[in-house]
Design a protein around this ligand. Structure first.
Ligand code: GDP
Length: 456
């Protein structure tokens, strides 16, 4: 593979910048642009060492740098690599990049370094995908789950399941000479046991996506309520929380904005925050129908009521909307003369999650966080020992594998010939192989790496 180069640090002003090169001509190109203070031949330079010197163009010093050397196969990509640590900023890094290009390197595509690490067999596809998760993480919990996956937590689990299937499959294939005949009972039982065990493991993984998705995307939360109930006051109380990390995310439609807030370890994805700010009137302006849509899409609905006023027809409409949903009722304006009773049957019939707050004085907000934490078992998500699926691609493949377990079971129960059953069993192996990348098309690979940032 040719030699690629890229600036790996984020653009902008910073102390240092890193220009990364990988490929067989790395040291040849470096030799043309880098003059070491104590000149040493590349043969004598050890991998994982650093040299001080200058980047030179036509005899002119471009920058004072440190260069790290990584020799194949012990590098990120398994190829010869170097990282030039230059001064940061908008000028020098680009100048050094241009020099590398002028001397024969080509510009790396997004994710190309990691793609090479995968194609060269150092990491599998699930591990490669976790790199982007770690980089894009919006919370420590999300980063941690990425690091676990990079360490091979998920890959090992998949391998373990595949091995279980293979052991049975190999056994069948060596002992059955005539695949069109009925399957001996011993082996039928063996397959049944295996399918049961594999099915249970896959279902556990599939289930873990409930938590995995929350860790990665946040709890999709809709705040609904009548005009003046206090939606935007609540929103502001949450967004202005000390140490809340707020990230704008473009919503699915053009005029919706989602804001991701990580507050006290609770990842909230607040939908239609622009709508709340703009109209201050979710139910009336966008209509009940739209509210139903919003409520249906959300993982959590926070319905807010002005408790200084009696419940009216519109409030009851909102209550109807959230029945049988994961919802919290907030009785706002608790600092005023309260007329709604928290034990009102019309409320209790909908949910037991009822809290009194004052969005204005920011009282009761802490209890709201505790309630959300409790409802989504956030304190119980154990990243240390449990394998968690956070990636939709993985989740879909696991669901597909579960379908094939079911099909294999069905064919077995219907006394179909063994070769039909093994087709389904092999399909499970393929589905799982697609997660780790053993069985994956080039299109899928390209799609995955195109989402990476430059220089990784
Ligand atoms: P929205 O239309 O649902 O977004 O409601 P706002 O957040 O704009 O609040 C409407 C009015 O109620 C504003 O004047 C707020 O200052 C006031 N308000 C909101 N929450 C409280 C509260 O807890 N106590 C009191 N006294 N007033 C509040």
């Amino acid at each position: 593979m040719g030699t690629i180069v890229s600036i790996s640090t984020a653009p902008g002003i910073g102390g240092i910048g890193i220009i990364r090169m990988s490929g067989e001509n790395t040291f040849g190109i470096l030799d043309k642009i880098f003059v070491q203070k104590n000149k040493q031949n590349i043969k004598d330079i050890k991998g994982y060492s650093m040299k001080y010197g200058h980047i030179i163009d036509n005899g002119e010093i471009i920058d004072e740098v440190l260069v790290s050397y990584f020799k194949a196969p012990k590098s990120y990509t398994t190829e010869d690599m170097c990282e030039i640590n230059s001064h940061g900023g908008n000028v020098i890094e680009k100048k050094i990049l241009e020099l590398c290009l002028k001397n024969g390197a080509t510009l790396a595509e997004p994710g190309e370094f990691t793609k090479r690490a995968f194609l060269n067999g150092r990491i599998d596809l699930a591990q490669a995908e976790s790199v982007i998760d770690v980089i894009n993480a919006k919370s420590y919990r999300e980063a941690k789950s990425g690091i676990k996956q990079l360490e091979g937590f998920l890959s090992n689990k998949i391998k373990e399941i595949k091995q279980e299937i293979l052991d049975v499959l190999v056994n069948i294939e060596v002992t059955i000479d005539y695949p069109e005949y009925d399957i001996p009972e011993v082996q039928e039982n063996e397959i049944k046991d295996m399918l049961k065990s594999v099915g249970a493991k896959l279902e556990k993984l599939e289930k873990s996506f409930d938590n995995g998705r929350i860790i990665k995307e946040g709890i999709k939360t809709a705040i609904i309520g009548k005009p003046n109930a206090g939606k935007s006051s609540l929103l502001n109380a949450i967004l202005n929380e000390d140490r809340a990390i707020v990230t704008d995310i473009a919503g699915t439609t053009r005029d919706t904005i989602e804001e991701y807030v990580n507050v006290k370890g609770i990842p909230l994805r607040l939908v239609d925050t622009a709508g709340i700010r703009r109209t201050a009137d979710i139910v009336e302006k966008i209509g009940v129908e739209k509210s139903i849509e919003k409520a249906n899409e959300a993982d959590l609905i926070i319905a807010i009521f002005d408790s200084s006023k009696n419940l009216d027809a519109e409030d009851l409409e909102i209550l109807k909307l959230i029945k049988n949903k994961k919802a919290i009722i907030l009785l706002n304006k608790s600092d005023l003369n309260v007329v709604i009773d928290e034990n009102d049957k019309r409320l209790r019939d909908v949910t037991q999650n009822i809290l009194k707050i004052s969005a204005l004085n920011k009282t009761g907000i802490e209890e709201l966080y505790d309630k959300i934490s409790e409802m989504f078992n956030l304190n119980e998500i154990n990243l240390d020992n449990e394998v968690l699926i956070t990636n939709v691609r993985h989740k879909n493949l696991i669901s597909k594998a579960i379908e094939n377990v079911k099909m294999a079971n069905e064919t077995l129960n219907n006394n179909m010939p063994i070769d039909i059953i093994t087709i389904y069993i092999k399909q499970i192996l393929d589905d799982l192989g697609e997660i780790t990348g053993d069985e994956v098309t080039e299109d899928v690979i390209n799609e995955i790496f195109s989402k990476f940032c430059l220089g990784k």
